[in-house]
Design a protein around this ligand. Structure first.
Ligand code: SDX
Length: 428
């Protein structure tokens, strides 16, 4: 393969090196473009064609519908691994041995206590506050309660921040949900597994003994694994660019949570359920919503469909769709919303507009069906995405810091007013 790409500008040729990844992807390295062409830059709104970094964490092939964490297929990990194993794999690059896994979990348990004063911040939020805004604020507040997590430079300091946020996030997530429900906060039980403890903190009741349901534990574990990382998506890119200024891990994750909140990104799982419920209220009239989704004058989009990278089925959607059937069956739930979702999927997959644009169901299309079966409030759906994505954000932040990546600072093409003189107000 040629080792360079040639760019010709006004009759002059410039050579730029080609860089090849381990999965035969090739990038044009333009780090010297502006200097060597006396000021030319590239322009790529939404970074659809622009690589922001080299990464060894997650590989996805949008055309083939392939997703691998550190080389392991998502299908295998969802079937055979547990969430904390996958978190370790993403962050440190290898599946843990039994000893490594036990030490990792114990270190996380040691950090699972949250300062009582955090409750004062939680109490200050109105009940109507969206949980994503609450959890983003509480995550940022962790910096105040753990000041040594701000300036981390050594791997040892990073490790302390990593286990701290993995220990405290499940508590913050559960407390955020319970506060909204007017329930007393649950402090968890460190004798439980990571996911079991999360479920207990979310669903325990003060007047009864919480009994773990293996169907829910398995479903939650699988959902968290499927959300754990997804290379340079919007929220992960946010975590990396905020962290590139050497802001701490908690502050960077808090920014990522805010980016995930948007309905075009992680907020889509809540928007899908609201859309399906609107269709149900409309007598199941999927055709009306398909027409709205295709009408350019209508801002409505078919939520849970389409993807910046996947131009084939999102492999996670396939797994979640199967899991949704299984969970509803195991819980003995007949949910008409699932049938509406399946009907909508069938229609969209046969519709020329969607076929031409390669719009397939994405990770958010079916996940809400399972969260709903687990009696998680719809406003908490994106928070569940966030706690799943936490290991990925951590892994990507840590990789960026260990690789000593430069501060992220894109260029722009200025299209505003050219130089003009100030005019006193009486002359305007
Ligand atoms: C996630 O990046 C990641 O990896 C994200 C994620 C992760 O794990 O981190 O996978 C998680 O965010 C999944 C996506 C969840 N969002 C939604 O489900 C919201 C609905 N989807 C769309 O808004 C849209 O598909 C995006 C935002 C996901 C992708 O948008 P792009 O890549 O910018 O594509 P586009 O807007 O340029 O669309 C191309 C065409 C346009 O039509 P034309 O101008 O060519 O005529 O497809 C149309 C769009 O109007 N289109 C849709 C559509 N998605 C795209 N039309 C109707 N319904 C949709 N859902």
């Amino acid at each position: 393969m040629a080792k360079t790409a040639t760019l010709e500008i006004e009759g002059k040729k410039y050579e730029f090196p080609l860089v090849e990844g381990t999965e035969n992807e090739v990038a044009i390295d333009i780090k010297n473009l502006r200097a060597s062409t006396n000021g030319y830059i590239t322009l790529d709104s939404g970074y659809k064609n622009t690589g922001s970094c080299e990464s060894a964490i997650t590989f996805l092939d949008g055309e083939q519908g392939i997703l691998r964490y550190r080389g392991y297929a998502i299908e295998e990990l969802a079937e055979k691994a547990d969430f904390l194993e996958v978190a370790y794999l993403l962050i440190f690059g290898e599946l843990p041995t039994k000893e490594q896994s036990d030490k990792f979990h114990n270190d996380i348990k040691k950090e699972s206590a949250v300062d009582e004063d955090v409750k004062k911040i939680l109490d200050a939020f109105p009940k109507a506050a969206h949980p994503m805004g609450v959890i983003s604020s509480l995550t940022s507040a962790l910096t105040a309660f753990n000041p040594s997590s701000v300036n981390v430079n050594s791997e040892e300091d990073m490790y302390k921040s990593v286990v701290r946020i993995l220990g405290k996030m499940p508590v913050l997530v559960a407390w955020t949900m319970r506060k909204k429900q007017g329930l007393p906060l649950d402090y968890g039980d460190n004798s439980l597994g990571y996911v079991e403890n999360l479920l207990k903190m979310m669903f325990s009741r003060p007047n009864s003994c919480y009994v773990q349901n293996p169907v829910l534990v398995n479903a939650m574990d699988k959902l968290l694994i499927l959300h754990a990382d997804h290379e340079q998506n919007c929220s992960t890119s946010t975590v990396r660019i905020v962290g590139s200024s050497h802001a701490g891990l908690f502050a960077s994750i808090s920014a990522g949570i805010s980016a995930l909140w948007g309905p075009l990104h992680g907020g889509a799982n809540q928007a899908v359920l609201e859309m399906l419920k609107a269709i149900e209220a409309d007598g199941g009239d999927t055709k009306k919503y398909m027409a709205k989704a295709k009408d350019k004058s209508d801002p409505f989009r078919l939520m849970g469909f389409g993807h910046r990278v996947y131009k084939n089925f999102d492999p996670r959607a396939r797994i979640i769709k199967k899991a949704a059937d299984q969970v509803l069956h195991d819980l003995g739930i007949e949910d008409p919303i699932l049938e509406i979702a399946k009907g909508l999927e069938k229609e969209a997959l046969e519709d020329q507009y969607f076929v031409d644009r390669k719009l397939y169901p994405n990770v958010d299309f079916y996940s809400g069906i399972i969260y709903r079966a687990m009696e998680i409030p719809v406003e908490m759906f994106t928070v569940m995405f966030a706690i799943g994505r936490l290991p990925g954000w951590i892994a990507q932040w840590r990789e960026m810091r260990l690789r000593k990546e430069p501060i992220g600072r894109p260029r722009q093409l200025y299209i505003g007013e050219t130089k003009r003189s100030f005019v006193p107000i009486e002359e305007r």
